[in-house]
Design a binder for this molecule. Structure first.
Ligand code: ADP
Length: 328
């Protein structure tokens, strides 16, 4: 059976981008067709300035939301990364397989390190090396497929390169994984700044729909989305990125592709109203189930305990094999 691994960082509240780009497909497709592991990758939340109590709180909330969205612990493995030592253990060995040049070329490193420096902050070494930890997350499980949004393509490429290189030098140890993307909304953009992706760690929440936003908050954010100076509703990511983003979100929530939907609307207002309502309906059951699960922590505790145990059992033999292969 095919093996799938994917994760979410607890660096902020989960967004509509996380849901449409990743989580929804894990629920609807991946957990049914593969032996799938889904992790809250909390070690990755330490690469930038962080508050320990907040990371812990957000980790718990992310797990609860993943279950609320429909991940079924009887079908897949849900766990928190730091509870499985194999990730950090393998990461070091892979660091000895990677070069600093290939990590400095990562777009996210370039962007995030530039932001930190512009704000007068120092750049943590882990910001540079985190794609290697991500490769360890993936390779530890013999993963075939990594379902992610388009923003993660370059990191999955690095995982492939490291797997191939390690196998060539030290003998076949790792499966070479590949990224898979959702057919629409692989890149949900910020509603206030449609040139950048909707990311949970952005400073300003006005352009970000959070999964736990209530109906009024969703409506307000969508109705205030930046469009363009034109009038016509057209699907053109270059010329009308704001409108294209709304069309993709609506398309991902309903039937119909973005181009067909563009033909249906004569005004931005009507498009925004329908998009807002579609998002409200999409998120309603997730919010309701989240409230139930959050009220009864015992279920989540048990899922995490079993998930970590199962993940450890799956990762350990391969990580041991990598240690032996590299000469330890
Ligand atoms: P974030 O950028 O919100 O911190 P993560 O790095 O935790 O997200 O990614 C979790 C998953 O959500 C990844 O598969 C990522 O590709 C996907 N994802 C994150 N933001 C978006 C977005 N705006 N559009 C589509 N997918 C996204």
């Amino acid at each position: 059976m095919k093996r799938i691994f994917s994760g979410i960082k607890p660096t902020g509240h989960l967004t509509l981008g996380n849901y449409l780009g990743a989580l929804r497909r894990w629920v609807e497709l991946d957990q049914h067709q593969a032996d799938a592991l889904f992790s809250v990758v909390d070690l990755h939340a330490l690469t930038v300035d962080h508050d320990p109590a907040r990371v812990r709180r957000l980790s718990r909330q992310a797990v609860t939301l993943m279950l609320a969205a429909g991940l079924d612990p009887d079908l897949c493995t849900v766990f928190v990364q730091s509870q499985v030592d194999e990730h950090a253990r393998l990461s070091y060995v892979l660091e000895c397989t990677a070069t600093d040049g290939e990590l400095r070329r990562m777009i996210q490193y370039k962007e995030k390190s530039a932001q930190a420096r512009a704000a007068g902050q120092s750049v943590r070494l882990s910001l540079l090396t985190y794609p290697v930890l991500m490769a360890a997350d993936i390779l530890a499980y013999g993963t075939d497929e990594v379902p992610v949004g388009a923003d993660q393509t370059q990191h999955v490429e690095l995982s492939r390169d490291l797997a191939v290189r390690f196998n060539q030098r030290y003998g076949h140890t790792f499966t070479v994984p590949r990224a898979t993307h959702p057919p629409v909304a692989a890149r949900v953009m910020d509603l206030q700044d449609p040139m950048s992706k909707m990311g949970k760690s952005h400073e300003s929440p006005a352009g970000i729909v959070y999964l736990l936003d209530d109906a009024d908050q969703v409506r307000k954010k969508v109705m205030r989305a930046v469009t363009d100076s034109g009038r016509e509703v057209e699907y053109d990511r270059e010329r009308s990125p704001g409108v294209a983003n709304l069309l993709e979100i609506l398309s991902a929530c309903s039937e119909g592709n973005p181009i067909e939907l563009a033909g249906v609307y004569e005004s931005y207002g009507a498009l925004k109203r329908d998009t807002a309502e579609a998002v409200v309906e999409l998120l309603r059951p997730v919010r309701e189930r989240h409230a139930e699960l959050a009220a009864d922590g015992g279920f989540v505790d048990e899922v995490l305990r079993k998930g970590a145990e199962r993940a450890r059992g799956m990762a350990r033999p391969r990580v041991d094999a990598a240690y032996a292969a590299i000469g330890l």
